[in-house]
Design a protein around this ligand. Structure first.
Ligand SMILES: Nc1ncnc2c1ncn2[C@@H]1O[C@H](COP(=O)(O)OP(=O)(O)O)[C@@H](O)[C@H]1O
Ligand SMILES: [Mg+2]
Length: 428
């Protein structure tokens, strides 16, 4: 309250509790209340002309009330993402309920590009009212920045947790590539020696000076070297070496997911391949507790998505599944659980199901698990950010859905739904 009016305060409190303003509050009080609101409030007439424009709207959008009054919202002179707003207005009209539209890009009067969040409410029914709809909004740029930072830091945390495991995953093939290469080196020396011996024998044969002892000497050497063994082992060692190098390449390729800076627009993505990559880099997290089963839809169309972010979600889910199985079976159990990842598509949706037969999620915490910093794990294992970030990535950024099915003691399935259409759904 700029001037600390007590009646204003009282009215505001009442308004917040859904009560109508008492009769003694005149239009002046109401205007005062509206202008003191810390959010943008815009009123539109039934033919979509601006009839209300509060002081926050003036400040944030850089247009005075007198500049915009009576103009259609579309032509009030603001450089903003009108299609999104129009979509929200249409959605609110057809659904007859408030519609939230986020990430509306606009240019502030100082030229800076910023973002608005709006809730558009179409007021149906009341024929006496001049108002056709109301828009409540706020500049969400700073919140978006914080969200991005938080997501980035969660990603770093996840990589930090994976780092030792990834190092181990690379080290194992690197070691046998090294061992095999040393074996090739020795075998090469031996083979070259034999070729040189044969050359000598040939020279002597040509000159007609070849003696039986010399042939026997070479024969002995071939026996010492165990040529038969080399003939058998070298191709096998070569196969293994190539496999090892492939494995390392695959891990390094998969790690690029994380060095990738977030994209600004969604890209058509082969989700199966992305999931495969995330399975690769998380291998050390799950392989001691679970088998990984995949059932990928071979006809899955490319899904428009933010790849790095989607992978971050899959990674969180896989690590959570491994933790849940370890919790159910014990860390050192010889009995492996199962993590199953399935993709499929239905109508205009792609779905990813990530199931585990771990501990399950107790009923009483199911509503809390998506809260930021909610965790049931000890320090170092969990910080309660994974599902909160996953929710924001899937539901807010991709306009998708994130659901779960869980049975205590039996396991959990997370179901990620992603719209296949290029355009995000306007009304949720
Ligand atoms: N697959 C799962 N099975 C059982 N519990 C889970 C599963 N995934 C998540 N949870 C529960 O949800 C909580 C929050 O998960 P998350 O946000 O990833 O944070 P963190 O893994 O750091 O604890 C976990 O602590 C755990 O209690
Ligand atoms: Mg987690």
């Amino acid at each position: 309250m700029p001037n600390g009016s007590t009646t204003g305060l009282k009215s505001e409190a009442q308004a917040y509790h859904g009560a109508t303003l008492p009769a003694e509050n005149g239009p002046a009080d109401i205007n005062h209340l509206i202008s003191a609101l810390p959010t943008i409030l815009i009123g539109l007439s039934k033919d979509s002309k601006i009839v209300l424009w509060n002081s926050q709207a003036e400040i944030i959008l850089g247009k005075t009330t007198s500049e915009v009054m009576g103009k259609p919202l579309q032509r009030c002179g603001i450089d903003w993402d009108w299609d999104k707003i129009a979509g929200g207005i249409r959605a609110s009209q057809s659904a007859s309920q408030p519609t939230r539209v986020d990430d509306i890009r606009f240019q502030r009067s100082d030229g800076e590009e910023r973002y608005l969040g709006m809730t558009i409410n179409h007021l149906a029914g009341d024929s006496d009212s001049k108002l056709g709809s109301t828009i409540i909004g706020a500049d969400i740029t700073d919140r978006k920045k914080l969200e991005t930072q938080l997501q980035q830091s969660q990603k770093m945390e996840a990589i930090g947790q994976l780092a030792a495991g990834i190092a181990h995953e690379i080290n194992t093939p690197a070691q046998f590539v090294g061992d095999n290469t040393r074996f090739f080196q020795d075998a090469y020396d031996d083979l070259i020696q034999i070729i040189k011996d044969y050359e000598k024998l040939m020279e002597q044969a040509k000159a007609g000076t070849l003696k039986t002892e010399q042939i026997e000497e070479v024969e002995k050497r071939i026996e010492d070297i165990d040529l038969e063994y080399l003939e058998e082992e070298i191709p096998i060692a070569l196969q293994h070496t190539l496999k090892g190098v492939d494995r390392i390449t695959k891990i390094v390729q998969a790690m690029k997911i994380f060095s990738h800076p977030g994209m600004l627009v969604k890209e058509p993505t082969d989700i199966n391949r992305e999931i495969e990559k995330t399975i690769t880099i998380t291998r050390n997290e799950w392989k001691y507790v679970a088998r990984m089963e995949t059932d990928f839809d071979p006809n899955l169309p490319h899904v428009p998505c933010f790849r790095a972010e989607l992978n971050q979600v899959i990674l969180n889910m896989i690590v959570n599944a491994a933790h849940a199985i370890a919790e159910a079976n014990g860390d050192k159990s010889p009995h492996l659980g199962t993590i199953r990842i399935r993709t499929y598509h239905k109508d205009n949706w792609a779905e990813i199901r990530i199931s585990d037969n771990g501990a399950g999620i107790p009923e009483d915490i199911r509503t809390k698990i998506f809260d930021l910093f909610f965790t049931t794990k000890g320090a170092g294992k969990g910080s309660g950010q994974g599902l909160a970030i996953s929710h924001s990535v899937i539901v807010e950024k991709h306009k998708g859905s994130l659901d779960l099915e869980s049975q205590e003691g039996r396991g959990t399935t997370f179901i990620i739904g992603l719209p296949l259409g290029a355009e995000p759904k306007e009304d949720e």
